[in-house]
Write a protein that binds this ligand. Structure first.
Ligand SMILES: Cc1cc2nc3c(=O)[nH]c(=O)nc-3n(C[C@H](O)[C@H](O)[C@H](O)COP(=O)(O)OP(=O)(O)OC[C@H]3O[C@@H](n4cnc5c(N)ncnc54)[C@H](O)[C@@H]3O)c2cc1C
Length: 405
C-alpha cells in the first residue's frame, strides 16, 4: 500500500474526475477530495438547461453516486473549504483549523460569476448562476412567472433566456454587445442568435448595457446606459466568470488569469497542480497560455492532472471544445480563433443548420456546428493539420470535411 496522500481542492467535475483517475491508474494511497459545496460533485451544464426548466432532477447532474467514492476509498470532505497551503511542507489548512498533509495537491477550485457593482446591486431578486442552489432559486422564480431581465448575451445569459421562454416567462435581454456573442464570434453568428431569441419572443436591448438596478427592497427595473428603464420582476446576470485563484495566490503560486501551469498542468510549485476552469495552461499546440471555462476541459484536464501527479510526463493537448443548447439549436465549437480571423459558412444559416469556420491565412483555427452533428472530430482534425484548405470546398456542404485534410 502506497503511503502517499494526494489531496484535491474543489469537488466538482475536474476534481471528481481526477480522484477517479488516480484509482483507475492503480494509486492505492490516500485520496482526499475537498469541496466547499455540500452536494456530491455535480455537472453544471444542466443548471441553465433541463434542470433549470424543471425537466430533470439533481441526481441526474452527479458526476458519480455517493457509493462510488465509498467503494473507491476516496475521502470526500464536503462543506469544507481549504484556507491555506504550505507548499514547502506539503500542508493544507481547512476552515475549522484542521491541517492535512499532502504529497501532491491538485487545485480544481473553478471559477465564480463576475458580480456587477452597479447602484442597486444589493436589491433582492438579482440572481447569478453557478451552483445548484442558484439554479433552484431561478427555477422557483420561473414557476411564479413574471418578467425576467437577463443581463448579458453570452452563453449563460442566452441559455437562461431560452429556458425562461420555454417555461413561458417574459424575457428582456440587456447587453452592451450589439449582438449576442458578437465580440468573440462575429456579426453573422451574433445575428443568428439574435434572430433565434427574437423568434422565441425575447425582447432584445442590445448595445446598451445595464447601468443600475431600480426598486425598493426588490429589483423592479434595470436602467440601461442610455437611460431606458426595463421593468422586471427578477434579474439573472450572466456577466462572465473569474477564476478562483485566491488560495493558490496566497500560497505564492504564479497566477495570471488563473493558476499558471505548464503543459503537464504543474504549477510553479512542483507538488501543486491545477486543472479545469482555474488553470491557465501552457498549451503545446498553440504555444501560448489557454484558460478554458468549459465542461470538456474540466472533464479531460482533471484526469490528465491526476496522471501528472503520478509522474506521467505527457502534455495535455486537447483542443478547446464547448457546446450550448438554446431552444432547438444545439451547437458545438472546437478550436481557438481570434476575432480578426476570417469567418466562412457552410449550410443553411437561415434554416438553423450550418457550420462556421474561422480561418487564418487559409488555415482553419476553429469550427462551430449548429444542428449539424458528427462533424466535431473532422473539425478538430482540420485544425490540427494546420493545412491551408480550399475555401470553396470548405463552404460546400457537398464536400466531405474529411476529404479536406
Ligand atoms: C450554469 C452553467 C452552465 C454551463 N453550461 C455549459 C455548457 O453548456 N457547455 C460547456 O462546455 N460548459 C458549460 N459550463 C461550464 C462548465 O460547467 C465549467 O467549465 C465546469 O463546471 C468547470 O469545472 P471545474 O471542476 O473546473 O470547476 P467548478 O465547476 O467551478 O467547481 C469548482 C469547485 O471548487 C470549489 N472550491 C473553490 N475553492 C475552494 C476551496 N478553497 N476549498 C474547497 N472547495 C473550493 C467550488 O465551491 C466548486 O464547487 C456551464 C457552467 C455553468 C455555471
Amino acid at each position: 500500500m502506497n503511503d502517499k496522500t494526494f489531496v484535491i481542492v474543489g469537488a466538482s467535475l475536474a476534481g471528481a474526475k481526477a480522484a477517479a483517475e488516480l484509482r483507475e491508474r492503480g494509486f492505492d494511497g490516500g485520496v482526499v477530495l475537498i469541496g466547499t459545496e455540500t452536494e456530491l460533485p455535480y455537472e453544471r451544464p444542466p443548471l441553465s438547461k433541463d434542470y433549470l426548466r424543471g425537466e430533470s432532477e439533481a441526481e441526474g447532474t452527479r458526476v458519480h453516486e455517493e457509493r462510488f467514492y465509498r467503494d473507491q476509498e476516496i475521502e470526500l470532505r464536503l462543506g469544507t473549504t481549504a484556507t491555506a497551503i504550505d507548499t514547502a511542507r506539503g500542508g493544507l489548512q481547512l476552515d475549522g483549523g484542521e491541517q492535512l498533509r499532502f504529497d501532491a495537491l491538485l487545485l480544481t477550485s473553478g471559477s465564480s460569476p463576475r458580480r456587477l457593482q452597479l447602484p442597486g446591486a444589493e436589491l433582492d431578486g438579482i440572481h447569478y448562476l453557478r451552483t445548484i442552489a442558484d439554479s433552484d432559486a431561478i427555477r422557483a422564480r420561473f414557476e411564479r412567472g413574471g418578467h425576467l431581465v437577463v443581463i448579458g448575451g453570452g452563453w449563460i445569459g442566452s441559455e437562461v433566456a431560452a429556458s425562461a421562454r420555454q417555461r413561458g416567462v417574459e424575457v428582456t435581454m440587456v447587453s452592451d454587445e450589439i449582438l449576442p456573442n458578437a465580440r468573440v464570434f462575429g456579426q453573422e453568428v451574433g445575428e443568428f442568435y439574435r434572430d433565434l431569441h427574437a423568434g422565441h419572443g425575447v425582447e432584445l436591448v442590445l448595445g446598451d448595457g445595464a447601468a443600475a438596478f431600480e426598486g425598493e427592497g426588490s429589483v423592479a427595473g434595470v436602467r440601461t446606459a442610455s437611460g431606458r428603464v426595463v421593468e422586471c420582476d427578477f434579474v439573472v446576470v450572466g456577466a462572465g466568470a473569474t477564476p478562483n485563484v485566491e488560495l493558490g495566490q496566497r500560497a505564492g503560486l504564479d497566477t495570471d488569469n488563473g493558476i499558471l501551469v505548464d503543459q503537464r498542468l504543474q504549477s510553479s510549485a512542483p507538488n501543486v497542480f491545477a486543472a479545469g476552469d482555474v488553470a491557465n495552461h501552457w498549451h503545446p499546440f498553440y504555444e501560448q497560455r489557454v484558460r478554458v471555462e468549459h465542461w470538456a476541459n474540466a472533464l479531460n484536464q482533471g484526469p490528465a492532472a491526476a496522471r501528472s501527479m503520478l509522474g506521467d510526463r505527457a502534455a495535455y493537448e486537447e483542443l478547446p471544445y464547448f457546446f450550448s443548447d438554446q431552444y432547438d439549436a444545439g451547437m458545438e465549437y472546437s478550436g481557438l480563433h481570434s476575432p480578426s480571423d476570417e469567418v466562412v459558412f457552410r449550410g443553411d444559416r437561415a434554416g438553423g443548420e450550418f457550420m462556421a469556420f474561422w480561418l487564418r491565412d487559409g488555415v482553419v483555427t476553429a469550427g462551430m456546428n449548429v444542428n449539424v452533428w458528427d462533424v466535431n472530430e473532422h473539425v478538430q482534425t482540420l485544425i490540427r493539420s494546420r493545412k491551408q484548405v480550399d475555401g470553396a470546398a470548405l463552404t460546400d456542404p457537398g464536400t466531405a470535411l474529411e476529404s479536406l485534410v
